[in-house]
Design a protein around this ligand. Structure first.
Ligand code: NDP
Length: 337
């Protein structure tokens, strides 16, 4: 049983030395338990928060313990009558080959319907996040302009496509020409701006001739700076994530623009609302699952995964996620299915 544990709390960007690969014998299930074999491990930006012991909405991973994470797993051994050997389940087994479960919280998956790994992305946590943040907080109306960054990623790609389904103008922001081409050609956005371009702010302004009504906040930093002057009166900002800040160790150089931000919120009467998907919206999961499954079946939603082979590759892939190296929902294939 290989486990990737947290070896040290990173300062700034995580490095390979913050993780340790350990070998243990797989645990044995007791009566009522199942032993799960991890097939796919989801890598997500929130894991950077779990590596830190700064106060947050969830407990940090303890030093020496396996990193946490959502997995698609198969039942290897079952002493629980509700589960058969070979069953596919959505689990929270973390960065390891095997994990025990008493069955609580496991969700059975049917591989005949959709590829099981989709439960970690389009049909799981990131898709749900896009759906609720955009529709419940962003409240997009047909004809309005939505801006979303990290637009080819797990969450952003769904925000962009749901925005189009709702009849909006969608302006995507992504890192590099290849991602922008994908956003335009496959996700069907109206414009895509590369945030690495020198004239990024000017290009964004040009792409939003009627201003911005919904800014789905995934990244913060210089993207937010460029968005702020373009926001319309009554704009909505679902604050989903601030990935450009997750490795920050200090406040950015001045001048301090907090007053400017608060002033904009005041005079433009904007709604700025943060949310933590399962804490706030677990009761609405079925609504999401029904709509998203239908859109997928109808071919209205495109989904791109980047599958990295091997648990030992997880640290490098995760480090890259925080620097924009992934292209699509990042998943590690841990074991053969
Ligand atoms: P992605 O698949 O979008 O991967 C992360 C992407 O972020 C990168 O590919 C990169 O895209 C972009 N990025 C990374 N670093 C920077 C940077 N310094 N500046 C600008 N962009 C950067 O990840 P997810 O879709 O899983 O997550 C997107 C956001 O949603 C994150 O902020 C995450 O924390 C948040 N989230 C929040 C949840 C909640 O409950 N509130 C739940 C799930 C996710 P590019 O190369 O295009 O810039």
């Amino acid at each position: 049983n290989r486990q990737l544990t947290l070896a040290a709390r990173p300062v700034g960007a995580p490095t390979a030395n913050d993780f340790a690969l350990q070998e243990t014998t797989p645990p044995s299930p007791k009566q009522g338990e199942v032993l799960l074999r991890t097939v796919f491990l989801s890598l997500d930006p929130y894991m950077r928060g779990r590596m830190s012991d700064a106060k947050s909405y969830a407990e940090p991973v303890a030093i020496g313990e396996p990193m946490v994470g959502g997995t698609v797993s198969r039942v290897h051994t079952s002493l629980n009558p509700d589960f058969q050997v070979g069953d596919w389940v959505l689990s929270y087994s973390g960065w390891q080959d095997y994990a025990l479960s008493n069955g609580e919280g496991l969700i059975k998956l049917d591989p005949a319907q959709v590829p099981p790994s989709y439960a970690l992305g389009v049909l799981g946590m990131p898709g749900f996040t896009a759906y609720m943040g955009l529709l419940d907080i962003g409240k997009p109306q047909a004809g309005e302009t939505i801006v979303v960054a990290a637009a080819t990623g797990a969450v952003g790609s769904m925000v962009a496509q749901i925005g189009k389904l709702k009849g909006c103008r969608v302006v995507a922001i992504a890192g590099g020409a290849e991602k922008c081409a994908y956003a335009l050609d496959t996700l069907g956005v109206d414009a895509c701006i590369d945030h690495k371009a020198d004239d990024f702010a000017e290009q964004l302004a040009q792409a939003c001739p009627k201003g911005i009504d919904v800014y789905y906040e995934n990244v913060g930093g210089k993207v937010l700076d460029a968005v702020l002057p373009l926001l319309n009166t009554g704009a909505r900002i679902p604050v989903c994530g601030l990935i450009s800040q997750y490795n920050a160790t200090a406040l950015p150089d001045g001048p301090d623009r907090l007053g400017q931000l608060m002033g904009s919120i005041l005079v433009k009467r904007m709604t700025v609302k943060g949310f933590i998907i399962f804490d706030d919206y677990a009761h609405r999961y079925d609504e999401f699952a029904k709509d998203m499954s239908q859109w997928l079946r109808d071919g209205k939603i495109h989904y791109r995964e980047q599958i990295v082979e091997g648990l030992d590759k997880a640290p490098q892939a995760f480090i890259g996620l925080l620097q924009g190296e992934n292209f699509g929902k990042l998943v590690v294939r841990v074991g053969a299915d």
